[in-house]
Design a protein around this ligand. Structure first.
Ligand SMILES: Nc1ncnc2c1ncn2[C@@H]1O[C@H](COP(=O)(O)OP(=O)(O)O)[C@@H](O)[C@H]1O
Ligand SMILES: Cc1cn([C@H]2C[C@H](O)[C@@H](COP(=O)(O)OP(=O)(O)O)O2)c(=O)[nH]c1=O
Length: 219
């Protein structure tokens, strides 16, 4: 079995709705625990009481008229609370934090698809978050209509924004990953793209390989 040697890493899985983040977060959590690591996994927005309350407002279909700028601020608020209550101390205590979404989501959804602007999102994050980027962001890239077909429950306010919006979300992730490769300083971060139109097992193996190659040594 491959052994993973790293502790206290902040790992984000991100991508369009239905790309398989939750499935992969659960598989990765089991894998890291099986190698003896202490692991916590959270969802953004949510996890904290404040974050879950903000999440309810963000996803409720009754608030269809919410502006993209308001969305940016609410997602950022939920995230700031999650950092303050959970992630910061977990990392200090050497735990691996697996996040289902993070700042990259706000860049892709509100920044790109909503038209607010990716750079403006990053500027707001810089002023409101203690940490912008995780140790690594893994984007599960998939055609938006294929991802939408995987969702078999009632759609929430964000999922109801339509296929044009969700196509732009995918473009947003691709643009962000590309931007990260070319930036330097606090704007740059480690981003990896994976083709999510594959079996869960194969995607999982690729994620583990990426982590071993980028965060630690494998044998
Ligand atoms: N690689 C995959 N191929 C096909 N279906 C998948 C795959 N990964 C997850 N699914 C299914 O697609 C749906 C959405 O997966 P989920 O992990 O909840 O995605 P997300 O958290 O990104 O919305 C679930 O029904 C799940 O069982
Ligand atoms: C974190 C975040 C999520 N979102 C959206 C993506 C989802 O449609 C919704 C809730 O996230 P989530 O429950 O993770 O979506 P799913 O499991 O369906 O992939 O919020 C944003 O628009 N901006 C953000 O910053």
């Amino acid at each position: 079995m491959q052994k993973i040697f790293f502790t206290g890493k902040f790992i984000v899985l991100d991508g369009p709705d239905g790309c398989g983040k939750s499935t992969q977060a659960a598989l990765l959590r089991e894998k890291l625990i099986s190698t003896g690591l202490e692991v916590v996994s959270y969802r953004d927005p949510g996890t904290t009481r404040i974050g879950e309350a903000i999440r309810e407002i963000l996803l409720a279909t009754e608030y269809a008229g919410m502006g993209d700028n308001v969305e940016v601020l609410l997602y950022m608020a939920a995230r700031a609370q999650l950092w303050r209550e959970k992630i910061s101390s977990d990392l200090e205590n050497g735990k691996c934090v697996i996040m289902d979404r993070w700042l990259s989501s706000t860049c892709a959804y509100q920044g790109k698809a909503g038209g607010f602007g990716i750079d403006k999102v990053i500027n707001i994050a810089r002023d409101s978050l203690e940490r912008l980027w995780p140790d690594i962001t893994i984007i599960l890239d998939i055609d938006s209509s294929l991802a939408a077909k995987r969702i078999r429950r009632e759609l929430d306010r964000m999922e109801l924004k339509g296929c044009g919006y969700h196509k732009m979300v995918r473009q947003g992730y691709l643009e962000l990953a590309d931007k990260m490769e070319n930036e330097t300083g606090d704007v740059s971060a480690l981003f990896k793209l994976i083709n999510a139109d594959d079996t869960p097992e194969s995607i999982h193996s690729k994620i583990v390989e990426i982590l071993i190659n980028n965060l630690g040594k494998g044998i």
